[in-house]
Each structure stands twice: as C-alpha cells, then as structure tokens.
Design a protein around this ligand. Structure first.
Ligand SMILES: [Zn+2]
Length: 82
C-alpha cells in the first residue's frame, strides 16, 4: 500500500459500494490482478486500482451526458478489460 498517498481516496467509491449502488461487480485489475479497485468520483469518472495505480478508460462528458452515464461507462469498460 506504499502508493496509497498518490490517490485521492476520499473520492474513490470502494468496489463493495459500487456493487451495491450500480448492481455491478468490478473485475480485478487487468494489470496486477488486485481486487482493490474503486470508482473515482471526480468530473471524469474512471475505475482506479488502489494497488498499482492503473486507471481505467473514461469518457469525457458530452452535452446530454449525465455523470451517472459516465460512471456506468467507466465500470463497463473496466470490466471488459478485467
Ligand atoms: Zn492494479
């Protein structure tokens, strides 16, 4: 967990809560196979690995997109790679 301080973990929803809120289980990190991943909740939502720092794909918001659509996109893209 030496890299922990690199991340703004206050803005990361833990995998258990993602599953609860979105009904989707996050896959393991495709790089380090850690299950310690979460959803970054900033303006450009993406899945981030808290073990190795890998960031998943993200979609920048377009007009008409709401933040939840971007969060779903991030989860689905991550799971396709995981
Ligand atoms: Zn990782």
């Amino acid at each position: 967990m030496s890299n922990w301080s690199r991340f703004d973990d206050r803005n990361v929803m833990r995998a258990e809560e993602v599953e609860h809120r979105f009904g989707k289980k996050l896959g393991r990190c495709p790089f380090c196979k850690s299950a310690n991943v979460g959803l970054y909740l900033g303006p450009a939502p993406h899945i981030t690995c808290l073990a190795c720092g890998a960031d998943g794909p993200l979609r920048h918001r377009r007009s008409g997109d709401d933040i939840v659509a971007c969060q779903f996109y991030a989860i689905e893209k991550w799971n396709q790679a995981a």
